[in-house]
Ligand binder design. Structure first.
Ligand code: KG4
Ligand code: ZN
Length: 375
């Protein structure tokens, strides 16, 4: 299986910007959810600028992301972000070798803003376009600060919409060995935070509250799925937390939000750690990385770091700002796609449910010339 990057049907003819150069500088754009972001990344690993305009404050009043509002805010902010990213990098469009953009998965209206911006810039300035899978971006965030990290490695991807265990065989080559059966890890954090009145976004709030609580105060269930040892399920845990709150309320008893947050977090972190480390061990991986918004969770980072140290596995994690949505990670992923000859056409569209392992991408450039397609 592989994560594919572009639903394009036709490639652009190689132009002067497609010539092999000593350095490849990519302008990257991300707008799949509630962050409008643009970045300039050189050679996949050097971030020259990373501009993020967060909409969190705007959506907090509604207790979650309102897609219509997100799209409108992206429209307002996208040009500003691109301009700032170029300015901070000290570059102009003429210095850019390719434009990388998230085209899925995500909110369709939100994705369309970034995709339209990227296509307009690509068309107007004649710069090659590379569509990027959002999760491929999250995984590639690990390359930015860990210059020595190269595939193969195991990667635990935990975001607001995804929980996957992936073996990264090579750049852009992914084998999905486990995934959630129901809620994503971030979704569970968000729902539990809402239930105990911590508000949106739940992950960072639970992380903070848990620091004051006792993780052993309440024993919550950890789901292990028979016959699918790398899969996750968080809905049972979420229901157990909601039941606990309901029972306490019906009995007129007070409960400690900090203890509940710490106990819930412990249950999630233990399952994620056990699955990820077992996957690395059983697949013979000497390196384990984490990716996605939940990867910024302090308890999860510590737990994986300790477990990897015990197992003799090298552990990698992006800085928290590169775990949550950003465009630098899209620039890193776009670089490796670009180097393989992947180019998106002017028909690149937003694909809200773009699956990991989608076959939508067609290989262009060298690969298509030899009639190869990618599995
Ligand atoms: O990757 P991301 O920014 O957006 C998606 O692609 O979904 O992930 C957002 C998710 C949210 O569910 C948020 O609550 C969670 O990541 N998150 C955290 C933390 N920071 C963000 N979850 C747990 N602990 C955190 N510190
Ligand atoms: Zn994300």
């Amino acid at each position: 299986m592989s994560i594919h990057s572009g639903n394009d049907k036709e490639s652009k003819a190689p132009d002067t910007k497609d010539e092999k150069k000593e350095h490849v500088t990519i302008l990257a754009i991300e707008s799949s959810c509630d962050e409008t972001a643009a970045a300039v990344v050189r050679d996949g690993r050097e971030v020259l600028s990373n501009i993020i305009s967060s909409q969190i404050a705007l959506h907090t009043v509604f207790g979650g992301v309102v897609p219509e509002i997100a799209s409108r805010k992206h429209v307002e902010k996208i040009n500003y972000c691109v301009r700032e990213a170029l300015k901070e990098a000290g570059l102009g469009l003429s210095d850019i070798d390719a434009i990388g953009v998230t085209y899925g998965p995500g909110l369709v209206g939100a994705l369309l803003v970034g995709v339209s911006e990227a296509k307009s810039l690509s068309f107007a300035a004649d710069i090659p376009l590379v569509g990027v899978h959002h999760i491929e971006g999250h995984i590639s965030a690990n390359y930015i600060e860990n210059k020595e990290l190269e595939p193969p490695f195991a990667c635990l991807v935990v975001s607001g919409g995804h929980s996957h265990l992936v073996i990264v065989r090579d750049y852009g080559e992914y084998e999905i060995i486990g995934q959630t059966r129901d809620d994503a890890a971030g979704e569970a954090f968000d729902k539990v935070a809402r239930a105990i009145g911590l508000g949106y976004p739940g992950g960072p709030k639970i992380d903070k509250a848990a620091k004051e609580g006792n993780p052993d105060a309440i024993s919550f269930p950890k789901a292990n799925i028979e016959g699918a040892e790398y899969d996750f399920s968080f809905s049972g845990l979420k229901s157990a937390v909601l039941n606990y709150i309901n029972i306490a309320q019906m009995q007129g008893e007070d409960y400690s939000k900090a203890d509940l947050a710490a106990s819930f977090q412990k249950a999630v972190v233990e399952v994620l750690t056990e699955h990820a480390v077992r996957a690395a061990r059983e697949y013979g991986m000497k390196q384990l990385a984490i990716a996605g918004g939940v990867a910024s969770n302090s308890s999860l980072r510590k737990s994986l770091e300790d477990a990897c140290a015990r197992e003799g596995i090298a552990f990698y994690s992006p800085s928290p700002v590169l775990c949550t949505d950003n465009a630098a990670m899209i620039g890193a992923a776009a670089y490796y796609e670009y180097q393989k000859g992947v180019r998106s056409g002017m028909d690149l569209n937003a694909v809200p449910n773009l699956p990991l392992g989608s076959r939508e991408r067609k290989f262009h450039g060298r690969a298509s010339m030899t009639g190869q397609t990618k599995d």
